[in-house]
Ligand binder design. Structure first.
Ligand SMILES: [Zn+2]
Ligand SMILES: [Zn+2]
Length: 202
């Protein structure tokens, strides 16, 4: 899977890909998901609060205009001609549509790459429990995953962000952040027994 940045889109041949999945912000505060599938030339707009509706045809015409605008020769035959409903659960709490959209995105990506069901005439489906309690649990798991897979920044100087061992290090006696003595403008001879609060904690 590739992440496409807007400024590089013109150089990419979209027809080399199975499809595209993108985030769409509605009214500045609500996230929807846009799914394009080249083989069936279909497009869907997924709203966490509603089933996907045929009025997504607006998305079809907007995307057609976008393809014309690109003028990419390799993609000259590429078209989006129909709207494809995708059955999905409805978000049953009002906390975070961004998170809900992320779950839908993972499921769609998995289906697109493992079993391209969008090839068939059977409506494509995404399923996961979406009750308040289930979403709360998934959010917690999601947060734990991010924390567990994040780099440990504890070995880096909190001032310069580098981990080099050159020179003496000094630890804050209030927050336990570590710094290169040099980055703090402290002489190497500074006694570590002296109480030292870092610039954040002064
Ligand atoms: Zn440093
Ligand atoms: Zn501190």
């Amino acid at each position: 899977m590739n992440i496409l940045h807007r400024h590089t889109l013109n150089k990419i041949t979209l027809s080399n890909f199975v499809g595209m999945v993108g985030a769409y912000n509605k009214g500045g505060n609500h996230w929807n998901l846009l799914v394009v599938h080249w083989k069936t030339q279909t497009i869907t707009l997924i709203d966490p609060f509603y089933p996907s509706q045929p009025n997504n045809c607006e998305a079809v015409s907007k995307f057609q205009s976008y393809l014309l605008l690109r003028k990419n020769k390799s993609d000259a035959d590429l078209q989006v001609t129909t709207y494809q409903p995708i059955k999905h659960p409805i978000q049953q709490d009002a906390h975070n549509c961004g998170f809900f959209k992320a779950i839908v995105l993972f499921q769609i990506a998995e289906c697109l790459f493992n079993a391209p069901k969008l090839d068939s005439t059977i409506p494509f489906q995404v399923y996961f429990p979406s009750t308040k309690r289930a979403l709360q649990k998934s959010r917690k798991q999601f947060a734990e995953n991010i924390l567990n897979n994040s780099d440990n920044l504890g070995n880096l100087c909190s001032q310069c962000g580098k981990g080099s061992q050159i020179g003496k290090w000094i630890g804050c006696d209030r927050c336990w952040r570590w710094y290169h003595a040099r980055c703090m403008g402290i002489p190497e001879s500074f006694a570590t027994s002296v109480f030292w609060p870092c610039p954040i904690c002064i």
